[in-house]
Design a protein around this ligand. Structure first.
Ligand SMILES: Cc1cc2nc3c(=O)[nH]c(=O)nc-3n(C[C@H](O)[C@H](O)[C@H](O)COP(=O)(O)OP(=O)(O)OC[C@H]3O[C@@H](n4cnc5c(N)ncnc54)[C@H](O)[C@@H]3O)c2cc1C
Length: 623
């Protein structure tokens, strides 16, 4: 963590100095740059991301009287942990959460199908998939971490609670084209706010979605499922393992151990619903859930001592064809994210994860457009990229729900095999954006086979040259809207003048075609737009840092202090270095990473024209 850049400041370095106008009144302001409706995972990811930009005004609103306390989702995929690292709270979450290390599989015993028996176990997250574990933690705690980030930001951002959106309209060509009307549920009064952009993160019954004329399309599977978080005494031996349990005639359970060592969540398959029957018509009680759990677990018993939370729902896979209000004539200014535009069963643990990553995709684009860095048509890429991801999720979830319920013929494999094969997908690491102006084609893919263009940047261990600290390279990336350019040196490149690494740095600082020269804000630090990090092949003791180009030890801030944290070396104590782990070619390469951690392009170190052309395709001169 870096601090004191603009002068020594005592106290907690994670708390920013407040802006002059940080204190806000009790009423909604008249106008804002970005209005976010809904304080679920999607809305809070967006609000936390926007709070990093001091020059952008944001307002987040929810109809609830205060923060979520319990229930709803709990699975945090490794890809989300990587995103939390960029927000700065992955460590806190790991400390508190349950870690899903192994999964066990239970089926009817071949000798006596009326009892279940363990048929297998599998490692949950394959070695090397991520530096983070797959964890389980109450959604409410994830919300808390985001709220904490917002409170520590310069704007001291806080949601406005007890505000229910009742109407949202747009007037094209106005400075604040979106007009939202809320009922204050405490006072009964109506409040109106105008915004440049609005984002509906208001869940499956989204009023924003309805206001922009979008519909969730798809079906319910007509199967009722119950979920309960319980403190219980049991003789079921795998109570602290994630377990997929199928009984012969009584249905299925997905067991998720929870944080704290005692709590466990049971997803329980209940009855098939009749056509057009809603789950609410069944009046299912928690006692029925407990009884069903005991029948499925037979011969084991579950003695529930306390029910912390429970709910009943029906599975449905529904998706909006478009995630914004853009038309052929008009660019979008209202967006929807999370459950507002895709709903599916919770058992693959994707709802919260995919919702958060929707708004992580949108946040930096909104900020850049509002600042004048990108043309506003860049916002069209949000729906294009995330709708495709959601379609894949819906397809996966439909099959997964049937597999869990034991109703699918899973091609080439059993239930256990199917689960293992799809672990990478559920971990969130296989998402790959298609070629577009934000994602280059694969012309130079061979330069780094472990960095697939369009996928997330996969971290690996390195040693920081300035102080020999072993660390993860990917952890230099923060959720701050900046691009990262990782330059991997070729064999023999010492960074000395004239070598490819130095030539790249010279071009970035001096050439009229460089994105930093063309599109950097006047007077900004040299890494404000693109944060360059160099990884050399030598051990840190062999690297002569005195001859490195100035851009790798840049002068920054009010005092012109040098930033010594831009240069890295391989961790030669490890079995494989980052160069082998990620298949980097002997001549090196550069890897350009978007502000949302996805790889935008690969190019040779000499490929400056390609780098320049990429930024020319997405940026405009600041202002
Ligand atoms: C009751 C419930 C139980 C769930 N159980 C599970 C589970 O067991 N496992 C699992 O994996 N997932 C579960 N989910 C789904 C999971 O929580 C979601 O996938 C995830 O929260 C999606 O995040 P989101 O931010 O898109 O929407 P949400 O988390 O639904 O957040 C939407 C927010 O918008 C607010 N809002 C809605 N309408 C308005 C309005 N008109 N005005 C102002 N504010 C509004 C809501 O109060 C809410 O805070 C559950 C969801 C719900 C609602």
């Amino acid at each position: 963590m870096q601090f004191h850049l603009n002068g020594f400041r005592p106290g907690d370095p994670s708390v920013s100095d407040p802006l002059d106008h940080a204190a806000r009144g009790p009423d909604l302001p008249d106008t804002t740059d970005v209005l976010t409706v809904g304080c679920g995972p999607a809305g809070l990811t967006l609000a936390a991301q926007m709070s990093a930009f001091e020059d952008i005004q944001t307002v987040i609103v929810d109809q609830k009287p205060g923060p979520l306390q319990l229930g709803q989702a709990d699975g945090v995929a490794v890809r989300s942990m990587e995103m939390f690292q960029a927000f700065g709270f992955a460590d806190r979450l790991m400390k508190e959460a349950y870690w899903v290390n192994e999964v066990t599989f239970w089926k009817p015993s071949p000798d006596d199908p009326s009892v279940i028996t363990r048929t297998g176990r599998a490692q949950d997250t394959e070695d090397g998939l991520s530096e983070f574990p797959h964890v389980i933690l109450n959604q409410a705690r994830v919300h808390d971490f985001y709220l904490d980030i917002m409170r520590r930001s310069a704007s001291r951002a806080e949601p406005y609670y007890s505000r229910q959106l009742t109407e949202l309209t747009t007037v094209r060509a106005a400075e604040y084209p979106v007009c939202a009307t809320f009922t204050n549920l405490d006072t009964g009064q109506t409040e109106t706010i105008r915004a440049k952009y609005a984002v509906g993160c208001d869940g499956a019954r989204s009023a924003v979605r309805q206001a922009i004329g979008q519909k969730l399309e798809g079906d319910s599977d007509n199967v009722a499922w119950g979920v309960m978080d319980v403190l219980a005494v049991t003789d079921f031996p795998d109570i602290r393992f994630k377990a997929l349990i199928q009984s012969e005639t009584e249905g299925s359970i997905v067991l998720i151990p929870r944080e704290g060592g005692y709590l466990a969540r049971f997803y329980i398959e209940m009855d098939k619903l009749r056509r057009d029957e809603r789950v609410s018509h069944r009046n299912i009680t928690v006692d029925q859930l407990i009884a069903a759990a005991n029948r499925i677990l037979h011969p084991y018993m579950l003695d529930v001592k306390e029910v912390a939370w429970w709910s009943v729902y029906e599975i449905g896979q529904r998706l909006c064809p478009k995630f914004d209000n853009g038309t052929a004539e008009h660019l979008p200014n209202v967006f929807i994210a999370g459950d507002a535009c895709h709903t599916h069963s919770p058992k693959a643990g994707q709802g919260m994860n995919v919702s958060m990553r929707d708004s992580f995709n949108l946040g930096w684009k909104l900020a850049g457009v509002l600042r004048g860095q990108y043309p506003s048509d860049l916002l069209q890429t949000y729906s294009q990229e995330r709708q495709a991801v959601a379609q894949m999720l819906i397809d996966f979830d439909r099959e997964w729900a049937r597999v869990i319920a034991g109703k699918a013929d899973v091609a080439d494999g059993t239930f256990d095999d199917y689960f293992v094969r799809h672990l990478r997908y559920t971990a969130g690491t296989t998402i790959q954006y298609r070629p577009s102006r934000l994602t280059d084609d694969d012309t130079h893919q061979a330069l780094a086979t472990g960095y697939q263009i369009g996928t997330r940047f996969h971290s690996a261990p390195v040693v920081r040259a300035a102080d020999a600290r072993r660390m993860e390279l990917g952890h230099v990336a923060q959720a701050d809207g900046r691009w990262r350019l990782y330059a991997f040196g070729g064999e023999g490149d010492t960074g000395a003048p004239g070598m490819p690494m130095a030539a790249l740095c010279d071009w970035l600082v001096q050439d009229p075609g460089s994105p930093i020269v063309q599109y950097g804000a006047p007077g900004a630090d040299p890494d404000a737009l693109i944060d360059l990090r160099a990884v050399f092949r030598q051990g840190h003791a062999e690297l002569d840092t005195s001859q490195l180009p100035a851009l790798l030890i840049p002068a920054k801030g009010k005092l012109g202090l040098r930033d010594y944290e831009k240069v890295f070396c391989p961790d030669h104590k490890a079995d494989e270095t980052i160069f082998e782990l990620r298949g980097i070619a002997p001549k090196g390469c550069m890897v350009l990473v978007r502000p949302d951690q996805h790889i935008a392009m690969l190019a040779p170190l000499e490929g400056t024209a390609r780098l320049g052309a990429f930024f020319d395709g997405i940026m405009q001169v600041w202002g």
